[in-house]
Design a protein around this ligand. Structure first.
Ligand SMILES: *Cc1c(COP(=O)(O)O)cnc(C)c1O
Length: 477
């Protein structure tokens, strides 16, 4: 049972040595195991009915393959566990802070490093320090929490993805890019209103799609011309680095670290949800060039996060994040990570599903509207598919469609659709093996056979905000 090799992977000396073997293996062996809950489909059907068909209500012990998110769900390495033991729990000036500080400084080139408990805390602090009401922030696409923090400061978040990002089937090597013409246009016409610009790498909200160095450079240059700060929301920076290395001319022989360093050198600061590419179960940081901004944030953070050398984290967390940030740039890991995600995408496609392409770094998205032709958007095809995947194979996925992103018009009471009806399968890092994925793909063939009989869903309880978390549903029979 092996991941098959593809041709789009840059060759290296090591690969020439291994040229006879075409398989990409998990580049780790397993030292500690955790049982995988195995249930019958009858049991699962009972549990999901009990949960009123909302997968967020499922207990994790009822889920065999948890593809709800890649956030905070990574396996830590032996080195990370070892680092936990040497964590320094001093309130101020912890040794573990200085270790993390050095690693982040070397990686990003930014001198001022501020730990925080999650990525969204960094966003909150940055918005608090930099934003005034009525200002504008521009991004390739804002992640939900980024947008929420900007809107809470009474500012406006504008997304400028490239046109290709809107088409699920158009192949573009860097679908996460920003539309630089539109950026230039807004900065030329309403530049005064713009507070700062964000590049999210990879671009989570358009499907974990990468940003090219060329695009990042163009955006940085426009920001410089207009005197605007550029920040990188770098939750999945290493996955982005691998896409640059394997898809962008001129980068094939560069080290992953030097590509990352070049990305960060183009910006004025960055923040990270370390629950993603730092293999953390919790954590984050903010790193900035400007001493004055860092000082202001350090003052603000004491109220919500804690003293600036721990930022809401235990010393042991700081220590293990420092290790994770180094491990994530290992080529063997990244080659496996990106390839294994694509492997699931190919398998789902072969099973007959319409899948968003090219495949992103951390998740595969099924186009549910295209995959279940008999269900209209207002019967929530993504939800229907997520229930079928759970009942049939024990997979927990998440609808990213009109339940999560649509809304009810407060005046007319009419439901408003989202742009797309997607089902997301996000893949935790270093957690599942190929035999797990093969099982899921086999199960996907069974789900595909049930498509003509899959029911739509309706709300039986519809919360006014963030409704996907607490809504209750019934099948339409
Ligand atoms: C997860 C994420 C965040 C928010 O980070 P948390 O650690 O969940 O608070 C911000 N931006 C991006 C791109 C993310 O993926």
């Amino acid at each position: 049972m092996f991941w098959q090799k593809t041709n789009d992977i840059a060759s290296s000396v090591k690969e020439e040595r291994l040229a006879m073997i075409k398989t990409i293996i998990e580049p780790f062996k397993i030292k500690m195991v955790e049982p995988l809950p195995i249930l019958t489909s009858e049991q699962r059907k009972g549990f999901i009915r009990e949960c009123d068909y909302n997968l967020f209500f499922l207990r994790s012990e009822w889920v065999t393959f948890d593809f709800l998110t890649d956030s905070g769900t990574s396996s830590m390495s032996a080195q990370q566990w070892a680092a936990l033991m040497v964590g320094d729990e001093s309130y101020a000036g912890s040794k573990s802070f200085y270790r993390l500080e050095k690693v982040v400084q070397d990686l990003t080139g930014f001198p001022h490093i501020i730990p925080v408990h999650q990525g969204r805390a960094a966003e909150y602090l940055l918005a608090k320090a930099l934003l005034k009401p009525q200002q504008i922030v521009i991004a390739n696409t804002h992640f939900d929490t980024t947008r929420a923090n900007i809107e809470m400061a009474q500012a406006t978040a504008i997304d400028l993805p490239i046109a290709a990002a809107k088409n699920s089937r158009e192949w573009h090597p860097f679908k996460g890019n920003m539309d630089v013409e539109k950026l230039n246009h807004i900065l030329s016409n309403r530049g005064k209103q713009v507070a700062f610009v964000i590049m999210t790498v990879t671009n989570n909200s358009v499907g974990g799609q990468p940003v090219s160095m060329e695009n990042l450079k163009a955006v940085a240059q426009i920001c410089r011309q207009h005197g605007k700060l550029l920040f990188i929301d770098c939750a999945r920076f290493a996955e982005n680095v691998w896409f640059i290395k394997t898809r962008e001319p001129g980068y094939e022989n560069r080290s992953t670290r030097s590509i990352a360093q070049e990305m960060f050198s183009l910006a004025d600061g960055t923040w990270m949800s370390a629950k993603k590419d730092a293999f953390g179960n919790i954590g984050g940081f903010l790193a900035v060039k400007d001493a004055g901004l860092a000082q202001e944030i350090r003052q603000l953070m004491v109220v919500t996060e804690g003293f600036p050398t721990y930022g809401g984290l235990a010393g042991r967390d700081l220590e293990s994040l420092a290790v994770g940030l180094e491990e994530v740039l290992e080529e063997d890991y990244l080659r496996y990570r990106i390839r294994s995600t694509a492997y699931l995408g190919e398998g789902l496609k072969q099973a007959g599903f319409t899948v968003v392409e090219p495949f992103g770094g951390h998740a595969i998205y099924i186009d549910a509207l295209a995959s279940i032709p008999h269900l209209p958007w207002y019967q929530f095809p993504g939800q229907s598919l997520s229930v079928a995947f759970y009942e049939t194979v024990g997979v927990r996925s998440v609808e990213v469609g009109s339940i999560m992103l649509g809304k009810k018009d407060p005046q007319s009471g009419q439901q408003q659709p989202a742009l797309k009806e997607l089902l997301r399968l996000a893949i935790p890092r270093r957690v599942y093996t190929q035999s797990h994925i093969d099982y899921v793909i086999e199960g996907a063939h069974l789900v595909a056979q049930q498509i003509p009989a899959l029911p739509g869903y309706r709300f039986i309880y519809e919360p006014p905000v963030l409704r996907h978390f607490t809504a209750r549903f019934a099948p339409i029979i």
